[in-house]
Design a protein around this ligand. Structure first.
Ligand code: ADP
Length: 447
């Protein structure tokens, strides 16, 4: 079979030959050749015209009949057209299926363009976010979801974690919203109904807070009677002295657990983050250092140093509780003559509060779980030292509310370092009247 191109060349040769023969017979070679080539060109123009008409008009119709090169061109175009049509249909089906599945999802989905205007949303978004079709399509998302927490989250641009807000449609619905950037500067806003979890969490929190609160009163009555019995030094009480002492010890431990549970519940219930005041950390460190020396009673050496006078924006009581828990642990888990040091220093943009001890140390496998409630490495040592198992959970909560993180490094038998890292966004300018050297004594390198 000849290729379309050789067929076309043969056709041209035949036209020229016919022109030549006709020219020789008529004795007008040039005119005859001109007429032959013009007819040939006219035929080509007609084929082009047919192609143009077919491409611009025909959607599904078969290509015009032709042969040679033009027949091949029509065939190729037809095949390409059919391939494109099949591809388009496949894409259309995928998009339709994607939209149908997204529309059927219980989670709300809103597609935003590069200017944060709504392109599309599913029915769950209409229900949870009170969006309406078609009036809200093309609207800026912040014109429609105006909860201040969401506006701050959206403008902040840190979308690693979701944010929880009350649904704009009903205060009884709690939504977890997360922005997911994709493609060319586009964003998906995904919303999940977390009302059940939120209520369960609140029930859990309220239960712990109420139970701890309710247990306090009977415990106070019991310890009151125990104190009275302990004061009775009559002979008839001699055999009860030791049991009463033990009961008193256990009651004190129970009270400490209740106090810690109540503190944790309070931290849990506070809205994030804590932004009350500028806390002078150097002064706080000095105060805790002095208190700890008193508690350690010379058994463990407690020192502190402050290499910066920057403060932290937050809640002083919560920071005090976090740092003193760390220092108490350092003392508790160190043998006599060990060293405990508190340092307040800059590390790049951040500021760090380190509590370092030369105590018993912590095996590496326990470190990731230390801040869980009631997690202990050595339960009997913790109990015998008055530990509640809640100290580091309190530290984690208090730090979280200050955007700070807890870094723990430790070597068994050598000691541990608990580093509270505060980001630059939390730091306040050094106080002009800050005078840390007065309380931190010899170890100060304040600057
Ligand atoms: P606890 O009241 O038992 O001290 P925490 O939550 O404060 O509870 O600490 C959890 C556990 O972490 C402790 O039981 C202890 O095993 C370990 N731990 C905490 N701080 C230190 C430390 N400085 N050195 C060694 N172990 C520590």
């Amino acid at each position: 079979m000849q290729s379309p191109w050789s067929e076309e060349l043969l056709r041209l040769a035949a036209v020229v030959l016919l022109g030549l023969i006709a020219g020789l017979i008529a004795g007008a070679l040039t005119v005859s050749l001109l007429v032959a080539v013009s007819l040939y060109l006219a035929w080509h123009l007609r084929q082009q015209h047919r192609l143009y008409n077919w491409i611009s008009a025909a959607r599904n119709s078969a290509p015009p009949d032709s042969n040679g090169l033009w027949g091949a061109i029509f065939d190729q175009c037809y095949r390409m057209q059919r391939r494109n049509r099949r591809r388009k249909n496949r894409l259309r089906t995928i998009v339709r299926e994607f939209r149908q599945s997204t529309a059927a999802m219980p989670d709300s989905t809103v597609v935003l363009d590069g200017n944060n205007r709504i392109i599309w949303f599913n029915s769950a978004a209409a229900r949870f976010l009170r969006l309406r079709t078609p009036s809200d399509v093309g609207q800026h998302i912040l014109n429609l979801i105006r909860a201040p927490e969401f506006v701050a989250y959206f403008n902040n641009g840190a979308f690693d974690e979701p944010i929880e807000i009350d649904s704009p449609a009903s205060r009884d619905i709690r939504l977890s919203l997360q922005v997911i950037p994709y493609g060319d500067d586009q964003r998906l806003l995904i919303g999940r109904d977390v009302t059940r979890l939120y209520r369960l969490e609140r029930v859990r929190r309220d239960f712990v807070a109420n139970a701890s609160h309710e247990l306090r009163t009977p415990l106070t009555v019991i310890t009151g009677y125990l104190d009275t019995l302990a004061d009775d030094d009559s002979d008839s009480m001699a055999q009860w002295r030791r049991p009463i002492q033990e009961m008193n010890r256990q009651a004190t431990r129970m009270r400490q657990i209740l106090e810690d549970l109540l503190l944790l519940s309070r931290l849990d219930a506070q809205p994030d983050p804590a932004t009350d005041t500028a806390v002078d950390v150097a002064a706080l460190v000095a105060e805790i250092c002095q208190d700890s020396r008193f508690v350690a009673d010379g058994e463990v050496n407690v020192d502190c140093s402050t290499a910066t006078t920057v403060g932290v924006r937050g809640n002083r009581a919560e920071l005090h509780s976090a740092v003193s828990n760390l220092v108490q642990n350092a003392v508790k888990y160190s043998d006599s003559d060990a060293q405990v040091a508190i340092h307040w220093l800059r590390d790049g943009e951040d500021a760090c509060l380190d509590v370092v001890d030369s105590g018993i140390g912590i095996p590496a496998e326990h470190i990731p779980r230390l801040t869980e409630r009631f997690y202990r490495v050595d339960t009997s040592r913790s109990r015998s030292r008055g530990g509640t198992g809640l100290g580091l959970a309190i530290v984690r909560h208090a730090l979280q509310r200050h955007d700070a993180t807890l870094e723990i490094t430790s070597q068994v038998g050598e000691g541990s370092r608990f580093r509270c890292r505060f980001p630059a966004s939390r730091l306040t300018a050094a106080r002009a009247d800050a005078n840390t050297s007065a309380t931190c004594a010899a170890n100060d390198v304040a600057g």
